[in-house]
Design a protein around this ligand. Structure first.
Ligand code: C2E
Ligand code: MG
Ligand code: MG
Ligand code: MG
Length: 297
């Protein structure tokens, strides 16, 4: 079990050491509680989606949002997806949770259009196990039909780990999704072991630079060169490139100089509940225009 914990800590990224330090017994107990609770969480309506705006780096316009799941546990309070998504992956519950996320995000996107917000895309994270699901394409297609959302408004975020699977299988699946009309983003780019020259075999629309690189932006840092290279390669491949985890004006300025296409992060807004997103939309939009313009002057 210590191995398991190490594995999960690694999986969660280089800065996450919570499972190295947490008492093992507590951890095992919490895990069991979460695993049990997750089985009823869907029926009990304990999941909710938050949405974080994405901003066009040239125009300052909000181009869409990323849906991020939250779990309001009746006893334990808010649980981070970083904790329960890996568990849902292991138990297989991710399949039904993932379907709920897709349907909810598509419905919400239409609801905002109905309420008069500008038409914009919504991005949904797919975990590796969902991507491997044999009927993923059918599920996505069914949900689009059911909800009536035009496919071009839906983007699916998958991570580089798909590069581990059989290449022709991955290409065929991505192509089928592309044929539906939905967009594909490669999330957390730079944290895995794949290279962009390998990934270019796969049909995708957007490359998302992992926030760990963005957060290390400073003068003369090696990470700056990595970002510069990723953006240049993305332009070469003619894919859209977005930076996640943008928190400071300095980071924005650097990304503007490098001609990154889009930005997402606390500098513009943290992920918001449906109500907050709707209420704060104009305010966030206006502030984004100011932040973008101020830097390009
Ligand atoms: P991700 O897809 O890379 O999502 C970005 C994460 O960065 C989110 O964490 C977001 O809240 C956080 N973030 C955004 N802006 C900033 C910033 O400026 N600074 C910092 N430090 N963080 C920022 P969150 O919501 O905790 O989600 C964590 C991960 O859980 C996601 O990473 C994604 O891999 C997974 N996840 C979330 N929702 C879903 C879902 O519905 N399905 C699946 N399969 N995975 C999900
Ligand atoms: Mg994502
Ligand atoms: Mg991710
Ligand atoms: Mg990410």
């Amino acid at each position: 079990n210590a191995d398991m914990a190490m594995y999960r800590a690694k999986e969660q990224g280089r800065n996450n050491l919570q499972f190295y330090t947490a008492d093992m017994n507590d951890w095992i107990q919490r895990r069991a509680i979460l695993e049990k609770g997750m089985r009823q969480a869907l029926e009990h309506d304990e999941f909710t989606l938050y949405y974080q705006p994405k901003v066009d780096i040239n125009t300052g316009k909000i181009t869409g949002s990323e849906a991020l799941i939250r779990w309001r546990h009746p006893q334990l309070g808010m649980i981070s997806p970083q904790e329960f998504i890996p568990l849902a992956e292991e138990t297989g519950l991710i399949v039904s949770v993932g379907e709920w996320v897709l349907r909810t995000a598509c419905k919400q996107s239409l609801e905002w259009q109905r309420l008069g917000l500008p038409k914009m895309g919504v991005s949904v994270n797919l975990s590796p196990r969902q991507f491997q699901q044999a009927n993923l394409v059918e599920i996505v297609s069914k949900i689009l039909k059911e909800t009536g959302l035009a496919p071009e408004y839906l983007e699916l975020e998958i991570t580089e780990t798909i590069a581990m699977y059989n290449e022709s299988y991955v290409i065929a699946k991505l192509k089928a999704l592309k044929d539906l009309g939905v967009k594909i983003a490669i999330d957390d780019f730079g944290t895995g072991y794949s290279s962009l020259s390998y990934l270019k075999k796969f049909p995708f629309h957007t490359l998302k630079i992992d926030k760990s690189f963005i957060q290390d932006i400073e003068e003369g840092s090696d990470d700056n060169k990595i970002i510069t290279t990723i953006i240049a390669m993305a332009h070469n491949l003619k894919v859209n490139v977005i930076a996640e985890g943008v928190e400071t004006a300095e980071q924005l300025q650097f990304l503007q100089q490098q001609q990154c296409n889009e930005v997402q992060g606390y500098l513009f807004s943290k992920p918001l509940s449906v109500e907050e997103f709707y209420k704060a939309f104009s305010e966030i939009q206006e502030a984004a225009l100011t932040k973008i313009n101020r830097k390009s002057e």
